[in-house]
Design a protein around this ligand. Sequence first.
Ligand SMILES: Nc1ncnc2c1ncn2[C@@H]1O[C@H](COP(=O)(O)OP(=O)(O)OP(=O)(O)O)[C@@H](O)[C@H]1O
Length: 879
Amino acid sequence: MSKKNFNYPSKLKLTPMLEQYLGIKQNYQDCLLFFRMGDFYELFFEDAKIAARELQIALTSRNPNADTKIPMCGVPHHAVNEYLKKLLNKGYKIAICDQVEDPKLAKKIVKREVTKVLTPGTVVEDLNLESKNNNFLVSIFWNEKKQQGAIAWADFSTGFWTGIQTSSLEEIWQWLFKLNPNEILVPDNFNLPIKNHNIFKDKIRILPKSSYYSLNTGTELLYKAEQITSLKTLDLEDKPELVRVCGSILSYHLQTQKTNKFHLHSFTVLNPTNYLILDEITERNLELFTLLDGKKGPGTLIYILDNTLTPMGGRLLKERLSKPWRKVKIITQHQEVVSFFYTSDELRNEIRSLLNKVYDLERLAIRIFLSKTTPKDLVSLKETLTILPQVHLLLKKQKNIPHFLIQNYKKWDNLEDIKEILEKAILDNPSPLITEGNIFKLGFDKQLDDLIDLTEHGEQKLKELLKKEQEKHNIPQLKLGYNKVFGYYLELSKVHKDKVPSYFERKQTLVNSERFITPELKELEDKILIASEKRKLREYELFQSLRDQLAQQKDRFLFMAKQIAELDYWQSLAETARKWGWTKPEITTSLELEIKQGRHPSIEGVIGKNNYIPNDIILSNEAKLLIITGPNMAGKSTILRQTAIICILTQMGSFVPASYAKIGITDRIFSRVGASDNLAQGQSTFMVEMTETARILRLAGRKSLVILDEIGRGTSTFDGMALAWAVAEELSKRQVRTLFATHYHELTQLEQEYPNIRNFNIAVKEWKGEIIFLRKLIPGPADKSYGIEVAKLAGVPNQVIARAKEILNALEQKEAEIKKKIIQKNLLSFLPKTKNFNQKIATHPILEELKHIDPNNLTPIMALNILNSWKQKWGKYEN
Ligand SMILES: Nc1ncnc2c1ncn2[C@@H]1O[C@H](COP(=O)(O)OP(=O)(O)OP(=O)(O)O)[C@@H](O)[C@H]1O
């Protein structure tokens, strides 16, 4: 929503309240202004129309009888969060304008100020935050002249932020799609397709480049926020575009958080070479977080993988799944710890039952620091802190702990001092609001104790005073009363007039009695009447001071939040491995990949352990590119995806769904799987397919893993096949580890020409005219397509199936025969040879060995041994 010039009807007669409203609204034109009036937040003019429509609440008018009406709607203040949540989800920016003085003390009109600005990408309150998801705000900058740009992203609710500078605009888009942020900041000169991009249009905030993206302001803000004196400290001295985007995020921080306190962690420049790069398309194709149709839940990898119990652990798991490691040392360190938790079910169960009671320490710490915490937050903090020492003790008791885990828990800080304060201070079930009192326990503060005593025992104290006066002057007839005019009074019948002491001040004379007050009674009355207000005020003061005290401990809280997240991550991977019978993979720096009895975890999760048929896959120097053929529905895509998923899991330090796996580290995984059109971006299905293929061919290297599913099928047979053929050749020549599923049977001839290409197919059986899927990957090409049989299975009517068969027969006999002759028999002989193919690589190792064997000098035993070694090496591809 952007309203540059806020207009209101000029004929409007302005009341002081409206004048105040308009004065404030001028500065928040791009926000919906929630204006506090008594127990309601009201919205006026255009804001009211939008809110009424979006929130489905009644639109009324402030001055129903006037000529020029003011549209208005409102929501009760105690339910405001629900409404805010809805508007944030729809991408609105909201300014909350509160009454900042006591209305009773206000001389004319109560003072109001905007106390916070909420935007979808910057909220830190528990509003629309999903506990196990990060809430990213992204900022982008592109310097057209230098052809250089940067992207940075921050989660204000956890303090995490990072970014990269790059000379590739495409890389910026990749990150943007992958992060799928809730809000995107861009400078006003940003003349790129993003502006028109349907997907992100509601999330974009266009900011003035000169102020938000200035290099000087960016540098100054970074100095202030990170408390540094040189950009070198953050490795930013040679990254001006990144400094600009960081600056824009910090400026936005100032604007929205309404505080000069920066709470983001130390900025780290992201180094992509540390990670296995999975672009957004690959994440989507492999259904890591969402299904292809965008839904979450069963069928996604995260659904199977996530056995975390804390929000921090859940977020960490997602982060690592989207960015697994690339360094063997790091992976094995984590793998050892996962193994440790895997082997002891008892320990894991105990840890799990403790972690289950831990709250979101990370977000609690940030809310405390930003003074946005509630009494309930402090109860959650207290409960979390009671768990920490128990987890610590449990870990300390264990034997044979991996060194990496010891390092982790040695630095453990149980935060016992904070726990003690909270235990003394906060009630177990405090009031949800900080202004309502009823937050603190007795014994925490003497002044508050007196006030609580008065509010809760005032009546008793009055009775005690009465008794004292009765006994002192021997007038048991003295009574206590109350009326609105005098408040509390002492009453005595006229009969005992002579017993009235001199300090009793007469207030009223009735027919038979007289009413008095005493200085002591007056003082007690004042105390009682204002004690309740005073108590609220005192509790508010105490809460603020406790919050400030806790805010200073932010780094300790965040450190422990990290420890807990890490622990939760390990136990979760161990739990998943146990649940699904996964094994620990071997990791190597070679380019090999060997998976025995591999399964697709998400499909297995849906169809059940017993219904999944495992498969072996070997990629080696001699089998770098596997051409996988087989009928529709046989399981080609599944095997492609499961191989990629097993690599990803390995590099997260996880166990994998296989009986054995040896995985050579991968730097990038590329996928071209299935039809995904991007009509929103104005591209056809075939165009998307080719754009993705082009990207793979540009970026894939020997350490990458490429999975290609039926490329070229979106165009005419010859065009498509020619493209698929050429792409396979290219990847084979570049020795990129590739799984290539295709329906073009002609491609299986590539095996004869390229020594690192191998044919595989997924076996099916025909039985009484029906097709039975065996789901087994076996060497060699598939014999036929079975397209019509699969169509029959899908319920295509019998008459259509029968007719299709007729047509197929005819085609096969006549035209198809001619084609077959040309394509299948002679294709290799008449296709032009490719250039620059390295013959040395192309030679099959067996042939290479044969060259050096002299049969005349071989004994039968030696010959048998050689044969045996070949059998061991090459005989794996048996049926
Ligand atoms: N190994 C397996 N064990 C059990 N079920 C499997 C296995 N592999 C695949 N399936 C089941 O078969 C379905 C189809 O598999 P998949 O999509 O991989 O086939 P495909 O050969 O790629 O088909 P198409 O060529 O039509 O795209 C999967 O959704 C899954 O339910």
